[in-house]
Ligand binder design. Sequence first.
Ligand SMILES: NC(=O)c1ccc[n+]([C@@H]2O[C@H](COP(=O)([O-])OP(=O)(O)OC[C@H]3O[C@@H](n4cnc5c(N)ncnc54)[C@H](O)[C@@H]3O)[C@@H](O)[C@H]2O)c1
Length: 342
Amino acid sequence: MGRLKFGIIGCGLISNWHADAILRIADAELVAATDVSEKSRKAFSEKYNVKVYDTVEELLADNVDVVSICTPSGLHAPLAIQAINAGKHVIIEKPMAITLEQADEIIEAAEKNDVKVSVISQLRFSNAVQRVKRAINENLLGKLVSGDVYMKFYRSQEYYDQSGWRGTWKMDGGGALMNQGIHGIDLLCYLMGPVKYVHGFTRTLVRNIEVEDTASAILEYENGALGVIQGTTSIYPGLPRRIEISGDKGTVILEEDKIVKWCIEGQETPADLVSESSTTRSFSDPAAFGIEGHLLQISDMVDAIKSNRRPMVDQYEGRKPVELILAIYESSRTGKTVKLGK
Ligand SMILES: NC(=O)c1ccc[n+]([C@@H]2O[C@H](COP(=O)([O-])OP(=O)(O)OC[C@H]3O[C@@H](n4cnc5c(N)ncnc54)[C@H](O)[C@@H]3O)[C@@H](O)[C@H]2O)c1
């Protein structure tokens, strides 16, 4: 197998992270893109010197091996299924889908066509998150007691007004949780393991949008630990995402992509481990983060295809945060605690 040929569907903001990452991967090349907007197609082809097609069908008929789906979230599932049924491996931006039925259709299509799927959750690939994951796997924190994520972000009304799809149920699928908060929720599921029960409250307190701009939820994990999710896009000035994991033998706290506390009973904290603060500012500016996460995740996908193994965040992993977020929405709607899983 030679270099993998990539095509991108949707040439908006996040497509630049995909294109810049693909261009840096030796075993990958960017060959084509498509967008419904002629202006976006033109700008993308000029920036990346790549062939652009008017339609998804034309792009899929080209000799591409992997398709990155970078459209508004409500289109992820139909486009992913179309690409999978054309025999392509797919990388899907988060969220994988905005309903569980859609997520399951992607899973079924990928199994039937025997292709790989990677759902973007670039934060999982950071050294800090991997270090915390190892500590939990090695039982350094002891019996897990609590796992919390605080995502108190800032997005202006202009951010929502600039594009017609943001803040809508149909195309965003939700707000502070389904769009901005899914990264932290995915990390919580990854680090703490499956959630058994959730009770949530979602509200639209400040922004003029259909979906929630603020949410709080309490959780019970299958391992018995309890937890909290807080997400908002409406507080000024926006604070770094904070994940706090504690067990009876230790606590670690992540702030954005850095470990800010590492305290394990009977152990000296390694000097190189704990940072003062993180460098990303995406909690207050949606474009203020580097390409390292996408580079690592797309490299993982290339390697998974070449060596025929599962990508680190495949379709089964991508479904988990969507299931939890939809359960929080259901709990808020019904006033009842929701049990997860089938
Ligand atoms: N991983 C991250 O950190 C991250 C960051 C930002 C956005 N995202 C995700 O990426 C996706 C896109 O977000 P964005 O900020 O780039 O949005 P955007 O509005 O800037 O870009 C979306 C593009 O898709 C195009 N498009 C719409 N319908 C299409 C169709 N049917 N076929 C082809 N192109 C179509 C639009 O014309 C637009 O150019 C969202 O799902 C979002 O959740 C992820």
